[in-house]
Design a protein around this ligand. Structure first.
Ligand code: COA
Length: 416
């Protein structure tokens, strides 16, 4: 089946997570993604956190499916020559090196644009160009701190906390993918390529926008009505950490279910959505709360919201998280069990939808990876295993017009 990005050739000069997550997604949708890696070592994640000695780590395999791998030393003159040939016939180059690395290699935006004016050059950096920290190298957790996520995540009596979700890495990669697709559509109209830059700080902040909303509300009124600190605690002049409180207009909390004493994930997330108050009261067997002025409105409930959650926990005490959700769903109450990675890995719905895919790797055998979270009516992305280091070097070089003896020479001089 043809895919929307068939025919789009991407030089994947990315490593670790932010860049590879972007190019992997474009590969799922049909782009020919050629991962350019240093001969001998390749992307550092190939060897990070290995679970099988000598075999590409899951860190790598789960971020580089559907790609081809070309080894190339792009600091050697012959390597630069190969790269230039590739640039001339590619549509996109994606990179997430440290600041200035591409320029030092001799491939500034100006040079790339000269080599191929139609090519889109997409970059991830920690901070945006011109930012006072734009010289910094950045990893995930650094970005979460720089983008406002850490100061607003966790409990008020604990330190700033990092989310397990890759807000700095994969999230930035997703932003970059949107930028690349936008630039490709733009190119259809203008015939010109352009530079697309996304910073990790900006991408984290984009997801933390409700906290910027809250800062302005706090500046104006001095408190935040949906935070656990209200009305009993103190607010300073910055948005505090709100524990597990809901970030919108619906108070919610993580509530204990049957077995919580021994199972650290025997919890559900329960949302007290305003218009669902009546069904909530019926579901938990408290119909008298429906018309009670102390409970009837969100404003009336907020001062004793934790007492309400405690009552709901009493109702949950004899129900597992799954049984609880099965009752609450009948009342249209937004909620979910707190699911573990093990439960997700074995979830038949996620397997059926392709969100979790089991794929084959030449050396590791089968492994689980994430599939496309985006579903299309006319396409089901097929996820394949990640390439071995340099698996497609000969194929790519031959495609660029190199003959057998030229390829052998490049190998002997360790350019590929
Ligand atoms: N052949 C020859 N040299 C190569 C090469 C190849 N195929 N691929 C990379 N290199 C070189 C680069 O030219 C650079 O050399 P230089 O520093 O001498 O100019 C070097 O390898 C890579 O440098 P860098 O990207 O800075 O790697 P690092 O391991 O020191 O830092 C990061 C890693 C992730 C911190 C850094 O790349 C970074 O800040 N990236 C931008 C933000 C980002 O994406 N971070 C999140 C990653 S999940």
């Amino acid at each position: 089946m043809s895919k929307p990005l068939d025919g789009i050739k991407i030089i994947d000069f990315t490593h670790v997570q932010a860049g590879p997550a972007c190019t992997q997604m474009l590969a799922w949708f049909g782009a020919d993604v050629i991962k350019v890696e240093r001969p001998g070592s390749g992307d550092v994640t190939r060897s990070q956190l290995r679970d099988i000695p000598g075999v590409d780590a899951l860190y790598f395999t789960m971020l580089n499916s559907n790609k081809r791998s070309l080894t190339l030393d792009t600091k050697k003159p012959e390597g630069k020559e190969v790269l230039e040939k590739l640039i001339r016939e590619s549509d996109v180059l994606v990179e997430n090196f440290g600041p200035g690395a591409l320029d030092r290699m001799g491939f500034s935006w100006e040079r790339l644009n000269e080599l191929n004016p139609k090519m889109i050059v997409a970059s991830v950096k920690g901070f945006s160009d011109g930012h006072h920290y734009d010289d910094l190298k950045v990893y995930e957790n650094v970005a979460q701190c720089a983008g406002g996520a850490a100061s607003t995540t966790g409990f008020w009596d604990g330190p700033p906390t990092i989310s397990a979700a890759a807000l700095g890495d994969s999230n930035t990669g997703m932003h970059l993918a949107i930028g690349i697709l936008t630039a490709l559509i733009g190119r259809d109209k203008t015939g010109k390529g352009q530079k697309v830059a996304v910073s990790m700080q900006d991408s984290v902040l984009n997801l933390c926008r409700v906290k910027l909303r809250d800062q302005q509300r706090l500046d104006r009124v001095g408190y935040l009505e949906e935070y656990p600190q209200y009305p009993h605690g103190e607010f300073s002049d910055v948005v505090p950490r709100g524990g597990n409180a809901g970030g919108g207009g619906q108070p919610g909390w993580v509530l204990k279910c049957k077995g919580w004493e021994t199972d650290p994930n025997a919890y559900i997330y329960f949302t007290v959505q305003g218009h669902a108050w009546e069904p909530i009261c019926r579901a938990i067997g408290r119909p008298e709360w429906i018309e009670d002025p102390a409970y009837k409105t969100a404003e009336a409930r907020q001062p004793h919201i934790f007492e309400i959650f405690k009552t709901i926990e009493e109702w949950l005490a004899d129900k597992t998280k799954f049984e609880a959700v099965d009752v609450l769903r009948k009342f249209d109450i937004p909620c979910s069990p707190v699911l573990t990675m093990k439960e997700l890995a074995n979830d038949p719905s996620l397997r059926a939808s392709g969100t979790i895919a089991e794929v084959q790797h030449k050396e590791r055998g089968s492994y689980l990876t994430v599939g496309s979270p985006i579903k299309f009516s006319d396409m089901k992305p097929e996820i394949t295993g990640s390439p071995l280091l340099g698996e497609h070097t000969e194929e790519v070089l031959a495609g660029l017009g190199y003959n057998r003896s030229q390829i052998d020479n490049l190998r002997e001089s360790k350019v590929v």
